[in-house]
Design a protein around this ligand. Sequence first.
Ligand SMILES: Cc1cc2nc3c(=O)[nH]c(=O)nc-3n(C[C@H](O)[C@H](O)[C@H](O)COP(=O)(O)OP(=O)(O)OC[C@H]3O[C@@H](n4cnc5c(N)ncnc54)[C@H](O)[C@@H]3O)c2cc1C
Length: 261
Amino acid sequence: MQIIVCIKQVPGTTEVKINPETNTLMRESVAGIINPYDTYALEEGVRIKERSGGEVTVLSMGPPQVQESLREAISLGADKAVLLSDRAFAGADTWATAYTLSAGIKKLGTADLIICGKQAIDGDTAQVGPGMTEFLDIPFVAFVRKVEGIGNGKIKVERLMDDGYEVVEMSLPALITVVKEINEPRLPSLKGKMRAKSAPITVYNADDLGVDKQKCGLNGSPTKVDKIFTPPPRGGGQQLSGSASEVADKLAGLLRAAQVI
Ligand SMILES: Cc1cc2nc3c(=O)[nH]c(=O)nc-3n(C[C@H](O)[C@H](O)[C@H](O)COP(=O)(O)OP(=O)(O)OC[C@H]3O[C@@H](n4cnc5c(N)ncnc54)[C@H](O)[C@@H]3O)c2cc1C
């Protein structure tokens, strides 16, 4: 079973500088961490490998510093690590990111199952996983809380819904995005840490992937982040005191004064 887990390196802090020209995050300016939802994706990939055999490859698109997070992923049980890195990939929106990651998966050849996190904690769009299935022409289920079984070329999963869950079965190759209820990520083993130190990381640039650079990075992004700013802190609000009807009267008065009612 060839399992590919997509992990994104995200800023480990909110103190991130923003590039004033492109309005994108200057990711090199801060230490990065593995996107929390992707640690659940990686854990699930390793558990499926332990149950069904096969190999787990972690795949990421980003600047050279992402190699640190890929090494961490190896210490957590991944067998191979691949980084897609090129200046042409910088500033990508979700469409351009999905296009480039899909090209990376095609370059790696056979993938039976692709696992993504529910969303990234910086862009927060939850769009990349489903977007990749457009380029790879494979089925997907998002918000997976349990992998019930894999066999006969199919995977059966439980998808988290607002009012419960659904059981869905689909043919492989396929993609799932996982929620944090799916498992408890393991800690790195000493053996894993040792292996991660010397493990080779394959790095592909745009030419290696044979991608159309006009479809990558900021150039290939239909969505442009217009402005990123920290919203001003909200005012302290006003405490109303008195009996319930007195407070109700005061509130009605304030709302009328504000012409809300
Ligand atoms: C504040 C902010 C707002 C943004 N708003 C938008 C927007 O509205 N529209 C838009 O198109 N772009 C937006 N972007 C850009 C967006 O963050 C990037 O396109 C990013 O590469 C992917 O989107 P995401 O972070 O939302 O990831 P998500 O779609 O939330 O990520 C879901 C999963 O996809 C995988 N994944 C995502 N990125 C990578 C990667 N680089 N390498 C490997 N796996 C990955 C991971 O498994 C991850 O858990 C925004 C960025 C920021 C910082």
